[in-house]
Design a protein. Sequence first.
Length: 323
Amino acid sequence: MASPSGRRRPELRPFLALAAYLVVAVPICPAFFLGPLSVLLLISRPSTAREWLWIGLCAGALAAWFRLPDSLSQDTVRAGAVFFTGAFVALTLAGVTSLSTRGFMAVIISAALTAAWFAVLHLRFSALEQDFQQQMWQSFRAMSTSLQLPAAPPPVTGNVLDALQSDSAAQRVAGALASTAAIYPALLACAALLGVRLAWGWYQRVALRPLGGPARPFGEFRFNDHLIWVLVLAIAAALVNPGPRVTLVTWNVLAVVVALYATRGLAVITPVLKRASPFFIAALIVIMLLMFAFALVGCTLLGVADTWIDFRRRRPPAMGATA
């Protein structure tokens, strides 16, 4: 959009998206953005001050993040971020053009390598869950001034839903943390996919000689329709409940696939929201945050329906009109 003076106004959406991601990801893993961006810039033969400035900023931020206190959850995130960055850059150099395909494949490769890392070091996922719950409990306890929470989370025995429905505030918080810890790998996978999407966009803006072309607009986001069978199988496996290990993998796969279809549902309504006023969009975001569960289900169903209906298919031009 041009200003009255004829100059083009700077696009604010990339800056807002980056700021929102970093605010949320800094306590967890900003390396999913900083790692791919810095490595991609380094292998693109940087020659401008802007490129080296971004490389220096990313390197400094990564160095500060790696100096955080060690814990099992923090070490797991660091290992996953390194594996993910290496896999994504390798796929880029191998000539895989689709950004979504590179992201999905990098998530699968990094998940396999992280699982192998756990096996080599004789680590257990239950220990990772406990460490994550302890870290989140201490953070929540530090932020909460109205709740008198104990120093350690109470053990959640039996069904997590029973803990969430308990009258004890500590038991409810512990139950929520237990359910979140169970899908911790899925949360990291979603953070990685979102981070590398932002990293690729900023790489295209900063690099003088980028290796590939820009990503498609968010409104065109889609993926292979055969992924619907993964969703169906994951739901079936979750209902059958074959065993604790299979159930754990099932719920993480289901969480990632649901997040992908919810994102696809948001992409479907993006062209409609472009014509809406900023006030309406802000109000809609607030409503969706307040009713997150309903918004998640609605966007997921819309994304699933797009598999067959294809809401964004191009309508044929009217008679005599140019295509």
